[in-house]
Design a protein around this ligand. Sequence first.
Ligand code: SAM
Length: 242
Amino acid sequence: MKGYSKRYWAKRASQYDKTNWVKDKKFIDAFLDMIPNNKFNSILEVGIGTGAIAEKVFEKYGPLTGIDISKEMISNINHPGVTPIIGDAHDLPFEDSSFKLIYMRNVLHYLDDPVLAFSEIYRCLKSNGYFLLSQVIPPNNSISKEYDWLVGRNIHYPTEREIKIIFPDFSNLKQDIFILKNQSIINWLNHTCNNDSQKQKIISRHRQTSDTYKTLANFIDTKNDILVDIRHIMIIGTNESI
Ligand SMILES: C[S@@+](CC[C@H](N)C(=O)[O-])C[C@H]1O[C@@H](n2cnc3c(N)ncnc32)[C@H](O)[C@@H]1O
Protein backbone atom coordinates (compact mmCIF):
# COMPACT_ATOMS: atom_id res chain seq x y z
CA MET A 1 0.00 0.00 0.00
CA LYS A 2 2.73 2.53 -0.87
CA GLY A 3 3.51 2.67 2.88
CA TYR A 4 0.30 4.64 3.43
CA SER A 5 -1.34 1.81 5.27
CA LYS A 6 -4.19 1.67 7.72
CA ARG A 7 -1.64 2.59 10.45
CA TYR A 8 -0.79 5.85 8.69
CA TRP A 9 -4.47 6.86 8.51
CA ALA A 10 -5.07 5.75 12.12
CA LYS A 11 -2.45 8.32 13.19
CA ARG A 12 -3.85 11.10 11.00
CA ALA A 13 -7.54 10.57 11.83
CA SER A 14 -7.85 12.91 14.85
CA GLN A 15 -6.04 15.81 13.10
CA TYR A 16 -7.35 15.34 9.59
CA ASP A 17 -10.21 17.89 9.64
CA LYS A 18 -7.83 20.63 10.87
CA THR A 19 -5.96 20.70 7.56
CA ASN A 20 -7.27 23.83 5.82
CA TRP A 21 -8.22 22.35 2.46
CA VAL A 22 -10.39 19.54 3.88
CA LYS A 23 -13.43 21.69 4.66
CA ASP A 24 -12.67 24.61 2.34
CA LYS A 25 -16.12 25.84 1.31
CA LYS A 26 -15.16 27.14 -2.15
CA PHE A 27 -13.47 23.83 -2.94
CA ILE A 28 -16.48 21.78 -1.80
CA ASP A 29 -18.87 24.07 -3.72
CA ALA A 30 -16.77 23.74 -6.91
CA PHE A 31 -16.77 19.95 -6.46
CA LEU A 32 -20.57 19.84 -5.98
CA ASP A 33 -21.07 22.12 -8.99
CA MET A 34 -19.57 19.37 -11.20
CA ILE A 35 -22.49 17.04 -10.37
CA PRO A 36 -25.62 17.40 -12.52
CA ASN A 37 -28.84 18.36 -10.74
CA ASN A 38 -30.31 14.89 -11.21
CA LYS A 39 -31.95 12.75 -8.56
CA PHE A 40 -29.50 10.13 -7.29
CA ASN A 41 -31.06 7.45 -5.13
CA SER A 42 -27.83 5.48 -4.71
CA ILE A 43 -24.55 7.27 -3.99
CA LEU A 44 -21.10 5.99 -2.99
CA GLU A 45 -18.02 7.92 -1.84
CA VAL A 46 -14.76 5.98 -2.26
CA GLY A 47 -12.18 6.89 0.41
CA ILE A 48 -14.72 8.86 2.45
CA GLY A 49 -12.25 9.70 5.23
CA THR A 50 -13.91 11.76 7.98
CA GLY A 51 -16.93 12.53 5.80
CA ALA A 52 -15.92 16.17 5.17
CA ILE A 53 -17.53 16.28 1.74
CA ALA A 54 -20.16 13.59 2.35
CA GLU A 55 -22.28 15.78 4.63
CA LYS A 56 -22.57 18.39 1.87
CA VAL A 57 -23.41 15.74 -0.71
CA PHE A 58 -26.15 14.49 1.63
CA GLU A 59 -27.63 17.99 1.98
CA LYS A 60 -27.88 18.36 -1.80
CA TYR A 61 -28.55 14.80 -3.00
CA GLY A 62 -29.64 12.61 -0.08
CA PRO A 63 -28.27 9.57 1.75
CA LEU A 64 -25.04 7.91 0.75
CA THR A 65 -22.64 5.12 1.59
CA GLY A 66 -18.93 5.74 2.08
CA ILE A 67 -16.14 3.20 1.96
CA ASP A 68 -12.66 3.61 3.44
CA ILE A 69 -9.79 1.35 4.51
CA SER A 70 -9.36 3.22 7.81
CA LYS A 71 -11.72 2.52 10.67
CA GLU A 72 -10.20 5.46 12.59
CA MET A 73 -10.95 7.91 9.77
CA ILE A 74 -14.58 6.80 9.43
CA SER A 75 -15.07 6.77 13.22
CA ASN A 76 -15.28 10.60 12.89
CA ILE A 77 -18.47 10.27 10.85
CA ASN A 78 -21.64 10.73 12.85
CA HIS A 79 -24.40 11.65 10.46
CA PRO A 80 -27.73 9.86 9.95
CA GLY A 81 -27.55 10.26 6.18
CA VAL A 82 -24.05 8.86 5.76
CA THR A 83 -23.35 5.13 6.15
CA PRO A 84 -19.62 4.44 6.48
CA ILE A 85 -18.20 0.98 5.89
CA ILE A 86 -14.67 -0.40 5.95
CA GLY A 87 -13.43 -1.67 2.60
CA ASP A 88 -10.86 -1.30 -0.16
CA ALA A 89 -11.27 0.71 -3.37
CA HIS A 90 -9.50 -2.14 -5.22
CA ASP A 91 -12.19 -4.64 -4.25
CA LEU A 92 -15.49 -2.86 -3.73
CA PRO A 93 -17.91 -5.04 -1.74
CA PHE A 94 -20.93 -4.18 -3.90
CA GLU A 95 -22.91 -5.90 -6.66
CA ASP A 96 -22.47 -4.76 -10.26
CA SER A 97 -24.57 -1.68 -11.15
CA SER A 98 -25.28 -0.63 -7.57
CA PHE A 99 -24.84 3.16 -7.67
CA LYS A 100 -26.05 6.07 -9.77
CA LEU A 101 -23.29 8.38 -8.53
CA ILE A 102 -19.80 7.48 -7.28
CA TYR A 103 -17.24 10.10 -6.31
CA MET A 104 -13.72 10.18 -4.92
CA ARG A 105 -11.65 13.15 -3.70
CA ASN A 106 -7.89 13.05 -3.13
CA VAL A 107 -7.54 9.28 -2.81
CA LEU A 108 -5.94 8.37 -6.15
CA HIS A 109 -2.32 9.04 -5.08
CA TYR A 110 -2.67 6.54 -2.21
CA LEU A 111 -3.90 3.67 -4.40
CA ASP A 112 -1.53 0.85 -5.40
CA ASP A 113 -3.46 0.16 -8.58
CA PRO A 114 -5.62 3.09 -9.75
CA VAL A 115 -6.62 1.24 -12.95
CA LEU A 116 -8.06 -1.63 -10.89
CA ALA A 117 -9.88 0.79 -8.60
CA PHE A 118 -11.35 2.62 -11.60
CA SER A 119 -12.56 -0.67 -13.10
CA GLU A 120 -14.22 -1.50 -9.77
CA ILE A 121 -15.94 1.89 -9.78
CA TYR A 122 -17.05 1.34 -13.37
CA ARG A 123 -18.44 -2.10 -12.47
CA CYS A 124 -20.41 -0.72 -9.51
CA LEU A 125 -22.00 2.12 -11.50
CA LYS A 126 -25.50 1.70 -12.83
CA SER A 127 -25.95 2.25 -16.56
CA ASN A 128 -25.62 5.98 -17.26
CA GLY A 129 -24.30 6.52 -13.76
CA TYR A 130 -21.79 9.27 -13.00
CA PHE A 131 -18.26 9.07 -11.61
CA LEU A 132 -16.70 12.29 -10.29
CA LEU A 133 -13.01 12.41 -9.45
CA SER A 134 -11.20 15.27 -7.76
CA GLN A 135 -7.45 14.97 -7.40
CA VAL A 136 -4.55 17.17 -6.38
CA ILE A 137 -2.06 17.44 -9.26
CA PRO A 138 1.30 19.15 -9.80
CA PRO A 139 1.05 22.71 -11.16
CA ASN A 140 1.96 21.31 -14.56
CA ASN A 141 2.98 17.99 -16.13
CA SER A 142 6.60 19.01 -16.65
CA ILE A 143 7.47 19.41 -12.96
CA SER A 144 5.94 16.15 -11.77
CA LYS A 145 9.22 14.73 -10.37
CA GLU A 146 10.06 17.95 -8.56
CA TYR A 147 6.57 18.03 -7.05
CA ASP A 148 6.83 14.47 -5.69
CA TRP A 149 10.23 15.37 -4.13
CA LEU A 150 8.86 18.60 -2.67
CA VAL A 151 5.91 16.97 -0.92
CA GLY A 152 8.45 14.53 0.48
CA ARG A 153 6.28 11.50 1.06
CA ASN A 154 7.74 8.94 -1.37
CA ILE A 155 4.49 9.12 -3.23
CA HIS A 156 3.69 9.89 -6.84
CA TYR A 157 1.12 12.60 -7.46
CA PRO A 158 -0.52 11.73 -10.79
CA THR A 159 -0.36 14.43 -13.43
CA GLU A 160 -3.33 15.69 -15.42
CA ARG A 161 -2.02 13.70 -18.42
CA GLU A 162 -1.73 10.45 -16.41
CA ILE A 163 -5.21 10.83 -14.96
CA LYS A 164 -6.74 11.23 -18.40
CA ILE A 165 -5.07 7.99 -19.52
CA ILE A 166 -6.84 5.98 -16.83
CA PHE A 167 -10.24 7.52 -17.57
CA PRO A 168 -10.92 5.93 -20.98
CA ASP A 169 -13.83 3.68 -19.98
CA PHE A 170 -15.95 6.68 -19.11
CA SER A 171 -17.91 8.77 -21.63
CA ASN A 172 -19.21 12.35 -21.75
CA LEU A 173 -16.21 13.64 -19.86
CA LYS A 174 -16.29 17.15 -18.43
CA GLN A 175 -13.44 18.63 -16.52
CA ASP A 176 -12.52 21.71 -14.54
CA ILE A 177 -9.53 22.92 -12.58
CA PHE A 178 -9.83 24.24 -9.05
CA ILE A 179 -6.96 26.14 -7.45
CA LEU A 180 -6.80 26.26 -3.67
CA LYS A 181 -5.12 29.62 -3.16
CA ASN A 182 -2.52 30.61 -0.54
CA GLN A 183 -2.39 27.26 1.23
CA SER A 184 -0.24 27.26 4.37
CA ILE A 185 2.54 24.68 4.29
CA ILE A 186 2.86 24.98 8.09
CA ASN A 187 -0.84 24.20 8.63
CA TRP A 188 -0.53 21.19 6.31
CA LEU A 189 2.63 19.90 8.04
CA ASN A 190 1.29 20.47 11.56
CA HIS A 191 -1.62 18.16 10.86
CA THR A 192 0.02 15.55 8.67
CA CYS A 193 3.53 15.09 10.03
CA ASN A 194 4.59 14.31 13.62
CA ASN A 195 8.31 14.25 12.97
CA ASP A 196 10.07 17.63 13.44
CA SER A 197 13.12 16.84 11.33
CA GLN A 198 10.87 15.64 8.50
CA LYS A 199 8.91 18.92 8.77
CA GLN A 200 12.10 20.98 8.56
CA LYS A 201 13.24 18.94 5.55
CA ILE A 202 10.01 19.62 3.68
CA ILE A 203 10.09 23.35 4.54
CA SER A 204 13.66 23.65 3.27
CA ARG A 205 12.77 21.72 0.12
CA HIS A 206 10.03 24.29 -0.53
CA ARG A 207 12.57 27.09 -0.16
CA GLN A 208 14.95 25.31 -2.56
CA THR A 209 12.42 24.66 -5.32
CA SER A 210 12.81 25.91 -8.85
CA ASP A 211 11.65 29.31 -9.98
CA THR A 212 9.31 27.46 -12.34
CA TYR A 213 7.49 25.87 -9.41
CA LYS A 214 7.52 29.09 -7.41
CA THR A 215 5.96 31.04 -10.26
CA LEU A 216 3.35 28.39 -11.07
CA ALA A 217 2.36 28.00 -7.40
CA ASN A 218 2.40 31.74 -6.60
CA PHE A 219 4.91 30.93 -3.89
CA ILE A 220 5.01 33.39 -0.96
CA ASP A 221 7.60 33.09 1.82
CA THR A 222 6.40 35.01 4.89
CA LYS A 223 9.40 33.78 6.99
CA ASN A 224 6.99 32.09 9.47
CA ASP A 225 5.14 30.20 6.77
CA ILE A 226 5.11 29.39 3.07
CA LEU A 227 1.96 29.91 1.04
CA VAL A 228 1.34 28.15 -2.25
CA ASP A 229 -1.52 27.58 -4.67
CA ILE A 230 -2.54 23.93 -4.95
CA ARG A 231 -4.03 22.68 -8.19
CA HIS A 232 -6.85 20.14 -8.42
CA ILE A 233 -8.40 18.50 -11.42
CA MET A 234 -12.07 17.55 -11.28
CA ILE A 235 -13.39 15.17 -13.94
CA ILE A 236 -16.86 13.71 -14.27
CA GLY A 237 -17.87 10.99 -16.72
CA THR A 238 -20.63 8.44 -17.26
CA ASN A 239 -20.34 4.72 -17.82
CA GLU A 240 -22.25 4.95 -21.09
CA SER A 241 -23.49 7.57 -23.51
CA ILE A 242 -26.47 9.37 -22.07
C1 SAM B 1 -6.71 12.43 1.73
S1 SAM B 1 -7.94 11.42 2.45
C2 SAM B 1 -9.42 11.96 1.58
C3 SAM B 1 -10.68 11.77 2.39
C4 SAM B 1 -11.95 12.40 1.77
N1 SAM B 1 -12.17 11.86 0.44
C5 SAM B 1 -11.83 13.91 1.69
O1 SAM B 1 -11.83 14.46 0.58
O2 SAM B 1 -11.76 14.56 2.76
C6 SAM B 1 -7.64 9.85 1.70
C7 SAM B 1 -8.56 8.75 2.25
O3 SAM B 1 -8.42 7.61 1.39
C8 SAM B 1 -8.48 6.45 2.20
N2 SAM B 1 -7.89 5.34 1.43
C9 SAM B 1 -6.57 5.17 1.12
N3 SAM B 1 -6.41 4.04 0.40
C10 SAM B 1 -7.65 3.48 0.27
C11 SAM B 1 -8.13 2.30 -0.36
N4 SAM B 1 -7.31 1.45 -0.98
N5 SAM B 1 -9.47 2.06 -0.31
C12 SAM B 1 -10.31 2.90 0.35
N6 SAM B 1 -9.91 4.02 0.97
C13 SAM B 1 -8.59 4.32 0.93
C14 SAM B 1 -7.72 6.84 3.45
O4 SAM B 1 -7.99 5.99 4.54
C15 SAM B 1 -8.21 8.28 3.66
O5 SAM B 1 -9.35 8.32 4.48
